[in-house]
Write a protein of this length. Structure first.
Length: 344
């Protein structure tokens, strides 16, 4: 669940930079309400005023005008004559079904449940435990299993947040050498479908929990690879499909604490062919002060799931404990890398 908000402008005095950082939530709440109300969809047919929209949207017209005026100052809308507002390119991206799934991402990220974890960031720093679980009483993925609408939003968010990664991963690594590729925890199959679309030879197995893979057939069909993918519902804490020669875990290991990572790695090690490859698609953190979206994501993982991002050396250590040997970390055209490992 990446989060790469820009820092405050460095030309400002330090105290104003800090104040802008501390008040950045105001912008996120404004965009969340616009997404939740479906404002971009209401403006899809052309410019409208708040007075024209208030009835259909069942909102207070003067307050809607103030919201739209503020969105125009942020570049999401633009104000035309007679206080009518139109979508900008940013606003177009907030429509339902627009490429990148921005609306689903903003709605899920700003939802009361997702936000509740951040209310307990201090608790997470003090204990190393997820704030989400303290707030909701259950881990994130158990919560999603009980809330199918939010689970669908979460899946769409993952596709939107990582939409640059699948083509970058497919281009950076030669998957054509494999006969069978298992996408462990592959959700609706976006990564696997992109890999198979670029590499004609392999067959794919999509493996994830039943409530997650229910949305996969439509995506796989849309990507033109449904005849090359077998969907297997399951739980990687229990087992994974056996006998394949490549196992992709895309943003899976970063979700969990070390003990549960070792459980997952153990199941993969026992299931894969002796000469197989483990391929972790993760944001490998650079050392020092180097900016990287994975460093913000690292705190998100702490709060929401109790997981973490790692440096290459930390992945090597984790994999060694799991009976693997890290062979290389392959950079891609995205922020993610492919951490390749073999059975030690």
């Amino acid at each position: 669940m990446p989060d790469n908000e820009p820092a405050a402008p460095r030309g400002l005095p330090p105290h104003l930079q800090l104040i802008q950082m501390g008040r950045a939530f105001i912008v996120s709440r404004i965009v969340y309400v616009a997404a939740k109300l479906g404002l971009a969809d209401q403006l899809a047919s052309g410019p409208k005023s708040a007075a024209e929209l208030a009835g259909p949207m069942q909102v207070h017209a003067p307050s809607l005008h103030r919201l739209m005026r503020t969105l125009a100052s942020l570049g999401v809308l633009t104000e035309r004559t007679e206080q009518r507002f139109a979508l900008t390119d940013l606003g177009e991206a907030l429509k339902t079904g627009a490429p990148g799934s921005a609306r689903s991402t903003v709605i899920y990220s700003g939802s009361p449940a997702a936000q509740s974890g951040w209310d307990h960031l201090g608790y997470s720093v003090e204990t190393g435990k997820p704030g989400f679980e303290k707030a909701q009483g259950v881990p994130v993925f158990d919560y999603l299993a009980q809330h199918p609408e939010e689970a669908s939003l979460f899946s769409e968010m993952m596709v939107g947040l990582h939409n640059q990664e699948p083509p970058a991963v497919a281009a950076a690594y030669d998957f054509s050498v494999f006969k069978t590729i298992v996408d462990v925890g592959g959700a609706t199959g976006n990564m696997l479908a992109t890999v198979l679309a670029r590499h004609a030879g392999p067959h794919g197995i999509l493996f994830d929990r039943p409530h997650v893979v229910k949305d996969a057939p439509a995506l796989l069909k849309a990507k033109g690879v449904s005849d090359r993918v077998t969907i297997e519902p399951g739980d990687f804490f229990q087992n994974v499909p056996t006998g394949a020669d490549a196992y992709i875990l895309s943003h899976i290991i970063h979700d969990w604490d070390e003990d549960r990572c070792q459980t997952i790695l153990g199941h993969v090690r026992n299931a894969m062919n002796p000469a197989g490859r483990l391929l972790l698609v993760e944001m490998v953190l650079p050392p020092g002060d180097t900016p990287h979206p994975g460093k913000m994501l690292d705190i998100t993982m702490l709060v929401q799931l109790g997981g973490q991002e790692r440096t290459e050396a930390e992945y090597a250590s984790l994999l060694t404990k799991g009976g693997f040997r890290l062979t290389r970390a392959v950079s891609t055209a995205s922020a993610a890398s492919i951490v390749e490992a073999v059975v030690a």
